[in-house]
Design a protein around this ligand. Structure first.
Ligand code: BES
Ligand code: ZN
Length: 881
């Protein structure tokens, strides 16, 4: 394990390497505990580099077995090898030579799940970001592009399947039951995109014909017997390939594209060239075992990894500070893909919810960092919501600012100019400047300044001159390492709404820059004045969530209700409703704490009823509107002095009031929404189920009875409805007989299916209140629980710490204490996983003083531990700073 060296890496220290590695030949002799890797590198010193410059390669826990240059074994004093570094001096004068390195690794004992490891006996690799150096010594950095040839040899009975990147070149039988395969990838790539898979797996195959008529062989490899559950992923893959041709003009570039599903994986999936490796959670689905959310996740992740083939692989990152160059852009692309496959508005609202739930708190807390950070101690800790989701929003803003045609022109130029490059954010911005002639230098601050800007908005309508004025003041709070901030270029998409939501078209706009339906805010404070507005309008601002900002506006409750009823943009419509509900929920959270009863306004209840029964609205949209902001949504709105018990009380009071007011009609709608016949995982079906399942929760509250949920659980013919019913049972009827009965039935039926059992652990970890901690402790001793498997660990420990507001953030601090102990245990096996889980505590300073002090103590306990991984050390110290 890499322990902390205290070393900090800085963007401004970037320097190209002294040597190039145009060709890499890898030879793997696979054995469970003693795999031998022989790496043959063609090395060239760069022009202008001194002849005595040493070659220094990266390693991590490596054992060197043999080393040769141009076939001659190196003498002991020609090199210095440690587990994490290989330095060679006295290199051949002309600077061109062949370096052969033999290392030995143990895939079986590798529980960090980076480098070469085994998952259920399958050999697999994970090299991003710095895992390749756990396989062999190398210049393990993304700007070191090399052409790879890989030979794999293994026991045929143990590993009939031998896969690597690129196209298959050769295969054959050896003596002693062993066999081999050779793969060649003609596209130069960085080491983080290398992959190898060897094992005994089932497969489904298909073909895709590209726009230019090339035939691609597609394969998805899964555990034997699970092949039918990969069909949806295959369908999503073919749709992704077609979409990237249609929307971005990008064709696939190898003869084969393989996807392998493994059950032990730190992340969601990995875009290795021609050989994507997936967490099986993002491959396997059928109606009986996967929810609508799982299906949507598979579609998105398959698309995302496939899209990396151009945005990430053909054009990669110069260094890891540029991570958003591939991740932000590829998230933007997978968002657009899902929007085209499903309902665009519903997809966009889900993105906004996700951004606010994950990225806004990151920006508001001690771990805040720019979309392109300028320094890091551990790169693994920068695969964050800021780099990914905010990075995607920044790309979306470029499109909003330039318009769709110039955006596409810029993307075309990006692919044309930088194909085969290891590029930077500056390169990316430049293609849009060159394609459009616009100056994007102020816009580029989005990559540099951390924190979520707030827009304070005031309005003024003058009936006499028929002029409407909007004044916007932007502000950005200090974040770690950035005390003063500059004003940014913020695109605010808008409409001015008259009676019944009709859009009023201004005759002209004066003051700051307005183009079409976009206000371009560029100064700290700017006025925008619209003439020819015949009635006092209600402004609909930030349509489509055109910028990742918060708004403070002087809209009245009645303006918000007007928007919630009439706004033609579903995102602002949903936002207005949410703002109305949040105002009540937050003030009631304070009241409940003060011992005063919650007050619920009839107008909000009426409004929710109108939306619920408005058949002209998409069912999925109605479901989103009826889902009352979550406990953590309310906590985020409150921002400080948080008491999760008060929040739960406030939220439940609103749910009860809505449920009681509409019980009868909800029951009728619940019955009507039942779907008979075969399950389809499409947007329409998912929307109906989502709406029906929100109603189930309301009805269970109104009826104070678990009967309805128990019946739905029993009769469900798909996992979406079954899991939703189980959720209601656990959330609302805690330790009742009905709940325990359902949990037992679920375990009896799905006990052999790890992905389904993860749901069983999640739902119990989320049980509200003080009973949860003991439940989690008890489940840790369950025969199916193991801290070795990331999915299972996230299901229990992750769901408890990041999803259970009241159960985790107990007033007595026992939740935090348990968590600190567990993090220390996980850190010894899998530092990346431990560090990621620990980010659940990033908002500890927003709690009321008693919880805050308990949280600080637990974080301090972790920080005091000696031998912490670099990953956890980095997170805990920044969280406490
Ligand atoms: N390149 C990442 C996977 C990765 C991240 C590997 C960090 C190693 C370290 C991949 O493309 C990715 O971004 N995966 C996401 C899912 C995606 C849909 C956002 C993931 O794994 O969460
Ligand atoms: Zn990615």
């Amino acid at each position: 394990m890499r322990t902390d060296t205290g070393q900090v890496f800085h963007l401004e220290d970037y320097k190209p390497t002294d040597f190039l590695i145009p060709e890499t030949h890898l030879d793997f002799c696979l054995r469970p505990e003693r795999t031998v890797v022989r790496s043959t590198l063609q090395i060239k010193r760069r022009n202008g580099v001194a002849a005595d410059a040493p070659l220094i390669l990266d390693g991590d826990e490596l054992k060197l077995v043999d080393i040769r240059i141009d076939g001659t074994v190196l003498g002991d004093n020609a090199y210095v090898a440690t587990p994490d570094r290989l330095e060679i001096r006295g290199l051949p004068e002309n600077g061109t030579f062949t370096l052969e390195i033999t290392t030995e690794v143990n895939p079986t004992t590798n529980r960090q799940l980076t480098g070469l490891y085994r998952s259920s006996d399958v050999y697999c690799t994970q090299c991003e970001a710095e895992g390749f150096r756990r396989i062999t010594y190398f210049l393990d950095r993304p700007d070191m592009l090399s052409v790879y040839t890989v030979r794999i040899e293994a026991e045929r009975s143990e590993a009939p399947l031998l896969l690597s990147n690129g196209n298959p070149k050769d295969k054959g039988t050896l003596t002693n039951g062993r066999h081999f395969a050779v793969w060649h990838d003609p596209h130069p790539k960085p080491a983080y995109l290398f992959a190898l898979v060897a094992g005994d797996l089932g497969v489904i195959t298909d073909t895709f014909t590209t726009a230019s008529g090339r035939h691609i062989d597609l394969g998805i490899y899964v555990e034997h017997g699970k092949e039918p559950r990969a069909l949806y992923a295959m369908d999503a893959l073919k749709r992704s390939m077609k979409w990237d041709e249609d929307v971005f003009g990008r064709e696939y570039d190898l003869d084969v594209f393989n996807v392998v599903a493994v059950s032990d994986f730190n992340m969601g999936a990995m875009e290795n060239k021609g050989l994507n490796v997936f967490n099986d959670k993002y491959v396997l689905a059928d109606p009986d075992t996967a929810t609508d959310t799982d299906y949507a996740g598979i579609e998105a992740v398959i698309a995302h990894e496939y899209f990396h083939n151009w945005t990430g692989n053909r054009i990669t990152c110069r260094d890891w500070f540029q991570l958003c160059l591939k991740e932000g852009l590829t998230v933007y692309r997978d968002h657009e893909f899902s929007a085209d496959m499903r309902s665009r508005a519903v997809k966009r609202i889900a993105e906004v919810k996700g951004l606010k739930a994950h990225q806004f708190p990151e920006d508001a807390g001690p771990l805040a960092h720019p979309v392109r950070p300028r320094q890091f101690r551990e790169i693994n800790n920068f695969y964050t919501s800021t780099v990914y989701e905010k990075g995607s929003e920044v790309v979306r803003m470029i499109r909003t600012i330039l318009g769709p045609d110039l955006f596409r022109k810029g993307m075309d130029l990006y692919f044309e100019r930088h194909d085969g490059d290891a590029a930077t954010i500056e390169d990316f911005i430049k293609v849009f400047e060159d394609a459009s002639g616009e100056d994007l230098s102020q816009f580029a601050l989005w990559y540099d300044q951390a924190g979520t800007p707030n827009l304070a908005i005031t309005y003024d309508y003058d009936q006499a001159t028929k002029t409407f004025e909007i004044e916007i003041e932007q502000s950005l709070k200090p974040t770690p390492g950035q005390t003063s901030k500059k004003p940014m270029h913020i695109p605010v998409q808008f409409a001015l709404l008259g009676a019944k939501g009709r859009e009023l078209k201004p005759r002209s706009a004066k003051g700051g820059l307005v183009k079409g339906d976009v206000i371009h805010l560029r100064k700290r404070k700017e006025r925008f004045s619209f003439s020819g507005i015949s009635e006092r309008p209600v402004p609909s601002l930030l349509r489509g969530f055109s910028a990742p900002v918060t708004l403070t506006s002087e809209l009245t409750r009645s303006d918000l209700a007007f928007l919630a009823r009439n706004d033609g943009d579903e995102v602002t419509r949903w936002q207005a409703l949410t703002q109305l509900l949040n105002a009540k929920l937050t003030s009631n959270s304070k009241r409940v704490r003060g011992g005063k009863p919650a007050t619920i306004e009839n107008s909000s209840i009426k409004l929710l009823g109108e939306i619920a029964f408005n058949a002209t609205l998409d069912e999925a949209f109605r479901a989103l509107c009826l889902s009352i902001p979550s406990e953590s949504d309310i906590a985020r709105e409150l921002g400080a002095n948080i008491d999760p018990d008060a929040i739960l009380g406030s939220r439940d009071a609103l749910i009860s009031a809505v449920a009681e007011a509409h019980a009868e009609k909800f029951a009728q709608a619940y019955n009507e929404l039942e779907q008979k016949g075969s399950f389809k995982p499409d947007a329409a079906g998912a929307g109906r189920r989502a709406l029906r399942n929100v109603l189930l929760d309301y009805l269970s509250v109104a009826e104070s009875s678990s009967k309805r949920a128990a019946a739905q659980f029993k009769n469900a013919d798909n996992m979406t409805d079954r899991a939703a019913a189980l959720g209601v049972l656990v959330q609302r009827f805690g330790d009742s007989e009905a709940t325990n009965h359902a949990l037992q039935a679920f375990e009896a039926r799905f006990g052999n299916d790890p992905l389904v059992m993860d749901k069983w652990f999640v739902v119990q970890a989320m049980q509200p209140g003080n009973g949860a901690l003991d439940k989690v402790r008890e489940l840790m001793t369950h025969k199916l629980f193991s801290l070795d498997n990331p999915n299972r660990t996230r299901a229990l420990i992750g769901a408890f710490s990041s999803g259970n507001q009241t159960g985790f953030n107990r007033a007595d601090g026992r939740g935090y204490k348990f968590f600190a102990e567990t993090i220390l245990t996980i850190d010894k096996k899998n530092p990346q996983l431990a560090a990621r889980l620990l980010t659940a505590m990033r908002s500890w300073r927003s709690f009321e003083p008693v919880r805050r002090e308990h949280a600080r103590e637990s974080l301090a306990t972790i920080a005091m531990e000696t031998g912490l991984s670099a990953d956890v050390r980095d997170i805990v110290e920044r969280t406490l700073a």
